[in-house]
Design a protein around this ligand. Structure first.
Ligand code: FE2
Ligand code: FE2
Length: 474
């Protein structure tokens, strides 16, 4: 593995200085990236000193450095995990052959599409979250938001490196387009639907990082199995950073739930809202919404694209090498519940065509573990309410259940019944207005907004009261 070159304009461990053309191309992209960051990154906090971690190595245990940084000075770098000697393509029709260090010509277009689709989510989420600093419920939360934001920026760098290094002019054009699309823009939106949804409040931010970043975890995990080795090594390292984003989301939702439960107990009528908190039932609606939006990101249940990606050795299952013995996925079937003629029936689908569903199922299992933890927290707070994930057919806009109506339990219902009941399941305009009304910035170190419990501990051994974000005007 190359040493980290931390002195050059673009920190990297890919020996960028030995490929002058590539280095020049990326150095040309860098100011465009910084323009994008200054324009679309965290609003009103670019001059603040933020206590951030920066990736400085890919060594487990010693990969990050902590310290105050102004976000535009963050050292966004290109880091690939160490190459595994004699690595073989782990699955699909090429299983057992040596991995590719260059893009195979026949897979060039699909691989570029896969990389661009992943890449696009990274700047999109920064754009979605750009106003949240102004209503942060505490300094530590504000810092966590900015940490997530700079790392999504680094993930964009990771993907842009692959585009520049392996896809020639097409790749450079794609890298430029990644800075040109805008989340939620009518004319040039981001590629995936969930990344065009607004993120106007912190409950949304916590649900987004818990559920939507977790989709990222599973996509990166599937790509970390890829036979295209540079993609595999990039994704491996991105997963290291991603774990913190999921932690921010999971613990964030838990803290809002705990506080909602505590305030309900304080109130003579058991009403958290009367005490300025968010009732558990309302939090449930946000969870339902973002879980449903996020499982759409896995794509259609039955997909010839997914079959092709697997056959080609480009995108595997979660923990393909570790958890599976059989890697061809041929002559195997996945049982699925499919809508046919206005009712649900069971159908066996060739496993390769069911790969999106297999990855989604791994994701759902992971989210169920998270919900269990939240329910333990509610039990500790001694309230009756519990969180439940909706059925995977509920409120889908992609795949075989789209354009149909289901209850959160997965029962098919008519459009009339849906319309009559949806306000009990998903956030209403009034719910959103209420949550928005609670969003006010709290900047005294260690202090929390009333609607959220304090975190258990601070960052990197510092106390919760640490001044994680410093104003330049003090
Ligand atoms: Fe990311
Ligand atoms: Fe993330």
């Amino acid at each position: 593995m190359a040493e980290i070159d931390y002195q050059s304009r673009i920190p990297n461990n890919v020996n960028l200085d030995t490929d002058k053309r590539l280095q020049r191309a990326l150095e040309k992209w860098q100011p465009a990236y910084l323009d994008w960051w200054n324009q679309m990154g965290p609003e009103s906090f670019q001059e603040h000193d933020v206590y951030l971690r920066t990736a400085v190595s890919t060594e487990p245990g010693g990969w990050a450095q902590f310290g105050y940084v102004k976000m535009p000075d963050y050292r966004w770098g290109i880091f690939l995990d160490a190459a595994e000697p004699d690595r073989r393509i782990p699955f699909g029709d090429h299983a057992g052959e040596p991995v590719w260090q260059e893009v195979p010509g026949e897979y060039r277009n699909v691989l570029r599409r896969i990389i661009v689709t992943q890449a696009d989510t990274e700047p999109a989420s920064v754009e979605q979250q750009r106003w949240l600093g102004m209503t942060a419920p505490s300094l530590i939360d504000m810092r966590n938001l900015f940490q997530v934001n700079v790392e999504e920026g680094r993930h964009l760098w990771a993907m842009v490196y692959l585009l520049h290094a392996h896809f020639g002019k097409d790749g450079r054009d794609e890298a430029d387009d990644l800075l040109a699309r805008r989340s939620g823009d009518a004319d040039k939106p981001r590629i995936l639907d969930a990344f065009n949804q607004p993120c106007p409040d912190w409950l949304t931010f916590f649900c987004f990082t818990c559920f939507t970043d977790r989709d990222g975890k599973y996509q990166l995990g599937a790509l970390a199995e890829s036979g295209f080795d540079p993609l595999s090594r990039t994704c491996h390292f991105m997963l290291t950073e991603e774990a913190h984003h999921l932690f921010v989301g999971e613990t964030g939702v838990e803290r809002v739930l705990r506080r909602g439960a505590q305030l309900a107990k304080l109130d003579p009528n058991g009403d958290a809202r009367a005490q300025g908190g968010i009732p558990v039932a309302m939090i449930q609606k946000w969870i339902t919404y973002w879980f449903s939006y996020s499982i759409d990101l896995f794509g259609s249940e039955i997909s010839s694209n997914a079959a092709d990606f697997f056959a080609a050795g480009l995108k595997g299952r979660w923990a393909e090498v570790k958890d599976h013995q059989e890697h061809s996925a041929l002559n195997q079937w996945q049982r699925m519940i499919v809508p046919e003629g206005g009712r649900l029936t069971e159908k066996d689908v060739p496993l390769r065509n069911a790969m999106n569903e297999v990855l989604r199922a791994a994701y759902i299992k992971d989210t169920e573990r998270v919900v269990k933890r939240w329910n333990q927290a509610l039990e500790e707070e001694a309230v009756e309410d519990r969180i439940r994930l909706p059925n995977n057919r509920f409120f889908r806009r992609q795949g075989i259940y789209a354009n149909l109506h289901f209850t959160p339990e997965g029962e098919m219902i008519s459009a009339e019944e849906w319309n009559a009941r949806v306000d009990g399941w998903l956030p209403t305009a009034a719910d959103r207005a209420y949550v928005a009304s609670l969003m006010h910035k709290v900047t005294e170190p260690g202090k929390m907004a009333n609607w959220i419990a304090a975190p258990r501990r601070g960052i990197h051994g510092n106390p919760v009261e640490f001044e994680y974000v410093r104003s330049p005007h003090r």
